[in-house]
Design a protein around this ligand. Sequence first.
Ligand code: KG4
Ligand code: ZN
Length: 363
Amino acid sequence: MQAALTFLGIESSCDDSAAAVVRVGDRAEVLSSVVEGQVALHAAFGGVVPEIAARAHAERLDGCVERALDQAGLTLADLDGIAVTAGPGLIGGVLSGVMLAKGLAAGTGLPLVGVNHLAGHALTPRLTDGLAFPYLMLLVSGGHCQFLIADGAEDFHRIGGTIDDAPGEAFDKTAKLLSLPQPGGPAVEAEAALGDAARFVLPRPLLDRPGCDMSFSGLKTALLRARDALIAEKGGLTVADRRDLCAGFQTAVTAVLTEKTRRALDLYLDTAPNPPAFAIAGGVAANAPIRAALETLCASRDVRFVAPPLRLCTDNAAMIAYAGIERFRLGHRDDATLSARPRWPLDQTAPAMIGSGKKGAKA
Ligand code: KG4
Ligand code: ZN
């Protein structure tokens, strides 16, 4: 049995300043997880402003670290290491975290481990549910959308992803087009629940092409056209119009994610995993109809379905501390030369993603 390890994690790659303490012994435990979002700071700009985000991280991160240690009932002296997101993400924010982590490591002599933000998301099902490798993962949020086969803590194979917008981004843009509040996902889901999904049948992009790649930007354009046609015809939208548009949009996203997950499962199951498991992470995993469709699909293929609790699915530092421990156990150590990387694909062998949305590089 390996000795227990307790790590501090620091996350600042987008618009959440976060710090957490995680201990991994016989099982993994989140001792504390502090997340300070920046929605209000960026609200007026319709997207994350990198300079504002970086400044806010620089101002807030040390307070997050203090609170995370306090809530865990620990001091820096109780830690075995410091893990920090070193990319991919908005470079100013990533730098804020990396500089803080380097300072803490230099001051305490603790080992420093730079972590890939996407690896943090992809390893979360191990933190929450102890999943064994290999498992299939769908990362689906405002900034990410990709299928990964996780073969090891540093061994990921991307078998598909969005070629333009991430689904969360499409939900947010849909909300904006329909004058619903941000973040758009929960608002669109609530409207869609009251709407008629059959009234507007929006396109299902890339379903006619083989493979697991996806596209969501055309869907947003189709929604814009449908909205404008209604406005031209009637001079405005009724409550029912808005609900039906949301329902049509959400049904199209669900259909694309379900069909592409079916194909990803085929590829994954070909590798004969035992027992097979599929995990979903990211803000869009909160969407009940999407989650239910994927759960039903997994049940029909005898694949275990895992959806970590939302607070660990969205950006947080517990996943970074956990990924840092896994990386540390594989012998990885960083030092004062650790650099912040705006792009850092998890699977170096997969072709580069071309999408880069409001939340930064999707790598
Ligand atoms: O993982 P997350 O907190 O941040 C990153 O994007 O990294 O995900 C936020 C995204 C937003 O785009 C938000 O609209 C979307 O997740 N989201 C949802 C729902 N809740 C949040 N999308 C669809 N349905 C939801 N219920
Ligand atoms: Zn993320």
